[in-house]
Design a protein around this ligand. Structure first.
Ligand code: ADP
Ligand code: ZN
Length: 736
């Protein structure tokens, strides 16, 4: 019997040693309750059992073991450790993102501490008395959504868990009132399993790609599916998924953003039944916990569709991980720790389980493409859209020439205006893309040039007309819109630049008869708001959709034949080394939303710099990729080097400068010219804290693990100096 246990707590701390009381059976991976600090009681995970008492003090005892079986398997523990080690954080910080909050209970004292116990669940059942044929007919005609809901309940055998229904309370209450359903409590029932699918028949090109993936994955662990937008990548995945599920394996299908899960789950449920489970951080803690504990007590064979937090579910028998839209930068968690890349972690997770991974994209990241070129990844290429639909034509529209000829109307070049009115006449739909939300990115006094700025951040406030506010996009600070500058000048502040809100206004003025919708961070504030907007646009209840990045992601609208990119230059001005790759991927992704059915789509890009080299080869993936890779190699950027960014923050700017210089010196003594900085970033103050950055560039031939260890030690030794203790220091490994 070991007498001590090292226990991981959900904190940015190392594991702590606790005593294993006489007669307490504790296993590695067990969740336990322990007292930590003065009086708090936490859920912790037993990481190691041993007989070495702590160097200092007396180990407190473990209070109790929480579940009848370990919460984590050995493989999951290895995965957590890999994340902590690779992304330079504590295992406790991984625990924070990995477990649903209900499981990682915390309390002020032992009496208050309540671990999760599987509860009875609220369920809904059909009332046959209330569901006469007549009333069903009526509801089918008047409220198709409610009718669909009733069918779901019928499909589940007449009763279904409330949590399994993705509907609002109002809808359910209405059906309740109508006497068609009722709520009741029952012992919780496992989700019905995944059924065998009736898979779509693949086209010849798709079949070839599928064969290439299958045979590639026999010899390699990772495959890249490079298929142009609308080539039917999802259909190809379904065959791989079916292979894995029919062998009793678990399947994880990752998407970059939560908003994309709902549509995808629905699409996949048609093929695989109700057992397709969505998992992401926006589900209620209860729902997440149920999924987690279901899997814990289950035998495998789960099909999970989710965002990156789904990587931490207790898979029994993981066989396949799909990472869709693998180029998407939303896979990286930017805050807080662990700052991990969901795509890369997915590949690692699959490797730990001995599973296969498939990365898919129309515009693969340069990293993944390079892994194909080097032969590390298997590769399948789909160059045509499904159903013989042609790729859209891309037109570059010269803004300066439009201005000179006096042909520009507000923010729109003549080519774009003409194309829009033509589409409207033939009852087709248009998407206008602008990568800024709000009305105007900043306001300016016409006389003195004064602009309203955020008091906490070194940035301009963005004007939001509908809410009548000026808002900071960094910290969320807002104040009422002001008309005049504080210097007493008479002229009103002028809105400068265009955000989506102003584009929406301008396009409505230009085409008063057109119905316009807007999709951005201000209108898609929840997934139901998001679904409402895209649903309305998909049903052609609007002609024009104005939006930010969100519109580039995975949407499939049959009626869209024209995309306008209002300011290509904006996309290229970002200061980091990925600006061109990002702009190009974004343009190709937005373009992919157009002409997905019969009529060939068109994309018009407005730019003041039509001769920019990006436009010459923009729709030739191979040429662009090779060109950009050559540049990355020449100037020493990923994938030829790896970059760790060290961000230092403090409200005290002098202390920050001093501390960052000290860290820079230490690092330079070990890494020489691989260290860049300290430099002040473009936005050097956020939320009242100053920021300074250092970069560490490690060539791929060197040991990354060793470099991280040296960096970690340098940071730790700086923190040990009392005067620098107040500095926040963050290591961002593999910056995006
Ligand atoms: P991608 O993910 O590559 O952009 P999708 O998988 O969304 O492409 O496919 C684009 C459209 O073509 C979808 O509406 C899809 O249903 C349809 N489609 C693709 N392949 C097939 C197929 N083999 N059979 C029927 N429909 C298909
Ligand atoms: Zn701010």
């Amino acid at each position: 019997m070991s007498r001590f246990a090292d226990i991981v707590l959900p904190l940015a701390q190392p594991a702590y040693t606790f005593a294993v009381g006489e007669g307490l059976a504790v296993r590695i991976g067990d969740a336990v309750a322990v007292q930590f600090g003065k009086s708090a009681v936490y859920t912790g995970i037993v990481w190691r059992l041993h007989d070495t008492p702590p160097a200092k003090g007396v180990a407190k005892p473990i209070l109790k073991v929480l579940y009848d079986k370990p919460l984590l398997s050995e493989l999951q523990m290895r995965f957590w450790e890999w994340i902590a080690d690779y992304y330079m954080c504590s295992v406790g910080e991984v625990m924070r993102v990995a477990l649903p909050s209900v499981i990682k209970a915390k309390a002020h004292c032992e009496e208050e501490f309540e671990p999760y116990t599987p509860k009875r669940e609220r369920a809904v059942r059909l009332l046959s008395e209330g569901c006469s044929e007549e009333s069903l007919e009526k509801i089918k005609r008047r409220a198709p959504k409610r009718y669909g809901l009733l069918q779901t309940i019928v499909g589940a055998g007449g009763e279904i868990a409330r949590s399994a229904l993705d509907v609002d309370a109002t809808t359910l209450n209405a059906l309740c009132k109508a006497g068609m359903i009722e709520f009741f409590e029952r012992d919780y029932v496992r989700d019905s399993g995944v059924t065998r699918a009736l898979l779509p028949t693949l086209s010849e090109a798709q079949q070839r790609a599928l064969e290439a993936l299958r045979s590639g994955l026999e010899v390699k662990n990772v495959a890249l599916l490079h298929g142009v937008t609308s080539s039917g990548k999802t259909e190809i995945y379904t065959h791989l998924i079916d292979d894995a599920l029919s062998n009793g394996k678990d399947v994880l299908f990752l998407v970059p953003e939560i908003s994309l899960t709902a549509q995808l789950v629905e699409r996949l449920q048609h093929l695989f039944g109700e057992g397709v489970t969505a998992y992401h951080s926006k589900l209620t803690p209860q729902r997440r916990t149920k999924i987690f504990t279901d899997m814990l007590s289950g035998e495998g064979g789960n099909f999970i569709v989710g965002a990156r937090s789904a990587l931490f579910l207790p898979y029994r028998n993981l066989g396949l991980v799909i990472v869709d839209e693998e180029h998407d930068s939303s896979y990286k968690q930017s805050e807080p720790n662990p700052r991990y890349n969901g795509r890369d972690a997915a590949v690692m997770l699959a490797a730990i389980y001995g599973a296969k991974s498939v990365l898919g994209s129309a515009t693969p990241s340069l990293e993944s493409f390079a892994n194909h070129l080097s032969g590390k990844y298997a590769y399948a290429h789909l160059t045509e859209r499904y159903g013989g639909v042609e790729m859209p034509v891309i037109t570059i529209s010269d803004t300066i020439r439009n201005v000179k000829r006096n042909e520009r109307k507000g923010h729109f070049n003549k080519e774009l205006v003409d194309a829009i009115s033509e589409r409207l006449e033939s009852n087709e739909q248009v998407i206008l893309f602008q990568n800024r939300r709000g009305y105007s990115p900043y306001m300016e006094c016409p006389e003195c040039g004064w602009s309203p700025r955020c008091p906490h951040c070194n940035v301009n406030l963005t004007a939001h007309q509908r809410s009548g506010k000026m808002v900071c996009h960094y910290c969320g600070y807002g104040e009422p819109m002001r008309k005049h500058c504080p210097n007493g000048h008479a002229g009103e502040l002028r809105p400068m630049g265009f955000g989506t809100e102003r584009v929406e206004e301008a396009i409505s003025e230009l085409f008063p008869e057109a119905r316009v919708l807007r999709l951005d961070g201000d209108t898609a504030t929840s997934s139901s708001a998001y679904n409402r907007i895209i649903g309305a646009f998909a049903r052609h209840e609007a002609d024009i959709l104005v939006g930010t990045q969100i519109v580039s992601k995975g949407l499939d609208f049959a009626g869209v034949t024209l995309i306008g990119i209002l300011n290509g230059d904006n996309l290229l001005t970002a200061s980091d080394f990925r600006a061109e790759e990002r702009a190009w991927q974004l343009i190709m992704q937005v373009a992919g939303r157009s002409g997905r059915r019969e009529r060939r789509g068109e994309v018009i890009i407005q730019t003041a710099e039509p001769t920019h080299p990006i436009y010459a080869t923009i729709d030739n993936y191979e040429m662009m990729a090779h060109k950009l890779l050559a540049e990355r190699q020449r100037f020493g950027y990923p994938p030829y080097v790896r970059i760790i960014k060290v961000v230092m923050r403090s409200p005290k700017s002098e202390l920050l400068v001093e501390g960052s210089m000290a860290l820079g010196d230490t690092l330079r003594s070990r890494f020489g010219r691989r260290v860049l900085g300290p430099v002040t970033p473009l936005v050097d103050r956020v939320r009242g804290e100053y920021r300074v950055e250092l970069m560490l560039k490690i060539e791929v031939s060197a040991s990354y693990a060793k470099a991280r260890a040296i960096l970690g030690e340098a940071v730790a030794s700086l923190r040990r100096q009392p005067k620098y203790r107040s500095l926040t220091i963050i290591c961002d490994v593999d910056i995006l």
